[in-house]
Design a protein around this ligand. Structure first.
Ligand code: NCD
Length: 308
């Protein structure tokens, strides 16, 4: 693995497989009475989150602690960012304290690359604007493999606000790298202006796609990123693109329902569909810890390739 995890492209199929394989052993450890191992004792992992997060930040911090690393949380609302400190100065301040990894989330695409340039730590992208969210894609690949035996040859529909979704971008890269067929399903206003180079099929007809897929992956409407009205109303969206109970019945018996969270129950997914046995949403969260342990270990553990 390279020194940072900024994009799924940093890994390729081989790198993804390496993470998933190592995550298996951390899942195994998580079932023991004491889930903690000493692998990263003496290392410090800091989370630098400029955007809201529940599961991603807690998941990284849990992963770091299970590896016996020390953790620090940087909270924008109580930091000197409020006094006008620049991102660069903040990063260099944190770096000067001798941290080993910076987990960064920011509303702008490319910030993790900048942070990697300014600091001497390993940098992990925990979501940058509309761009990428690589550890989400890894935990999703892990969950599909766990439930369906593998990703290769599976047909996966990603449904909803593709335009603003960093999850969609990372997941399309990861799913196709592992040999899945991906169909994106969205109203034209929620697709990127150009899909040139995207290795996907596009559909606007969810009812026609659902019977054919192994996985339906739902996305939240990213209202905070919409600068104009792209939909007539949430109700209209649900009527055409929501996974209602009736639509879920179109799925094959062994197909699974996924969502990165946070869900808007009743909008992109019906409340009761999120709780069906075919829904693996809480497994995604559980697997996220082991997958992030694998990423941290590969970047910081004894075998990690460190820059001089
Ligand atoms: C996503 C994110 O922040 O990119 N959530 C997550 O990390 N699990 C998706 C979203 O906010 O809709």
């Amino acid at each position: 693995m390279s020194r940072h995890l900024l994009s799924i492209d940093d890994l390729g199929a081989e790198g993804i497989e390496e993470v998933l394989k190592l995550a298996d052993s951390f899942v195994e450890v998580s079932h023991r009475d004491i889930a903690r191992v000493p692998a990263l004792r003496g290392k410090t992992v800091v989370s630098l989150f400029y955007e809201d997060s529940t599961r991603t930040r807690l998941s990284f911090e849990t992963a770091a602690r299970r590896l016996s690393a020390d953790t620090m949380t940087f909270s924008v609302s109580t930091s000197s960012v409020k006094k006008g400190e620049s991102l660069r100065d903040t990063v260099q301040t944190i770096d000067a304290m001798g941290v080993d990894a910076i987990v960064v989330r920011h509303r702008s695409a490319g910030v993790p690359h900048q942070v990697a340039h300014w600091s001497t730590s390993a940098v992990i992208n925990a979501g940058d604007g509309w761009h990428e969210h690589p550890t989400q894609a890894l935990l999703d690949c892990y969950t599909i493999r766990q439930r369906l035996g593998g990703v290769a040859g599976k047909h996966i529909a990603i449904v909803g606000d593709i335009k603003h979704s960093r999850v969609a971008r990372s997941n399309i890269l990861a799913f196709t790298a592992l040999g899945a067929d991906v169909t994106i399903v969205a109203p034209p206003t929620l697709l990127p202006p150009s899909l040139a180079g995207w290795p996907v099929t596009v559909s606007h007809d969810l009812d026609a796609v659902l019977p054919k897929v192994d996985v339906v992956y739902l996305l939240r409407l990213q209202n905070e990123r919409m600068t104009e009205a792209l939909l007539p109303s949430a109700r209209e969206y649900t009527a055409r693109y929501g996974l209602t109970r009736a639509r879920a019945a179109l799925l094959a018996d062994d197909a699974i329902v996924m969502h990165p969270g946070p869900m808007n129950r009743g909008v992109e997914i019906a409340a009761e569909v999120a709780d069906l046995p075919s829904s693996v949403i809480t497994q995604q969260v559980a697997n996220g810890v082991a997958v992030r342990q694998a990423v941290l270990f590969l970047l910081l553990g004894s075998g990690a390739s460190r820059a001089a």
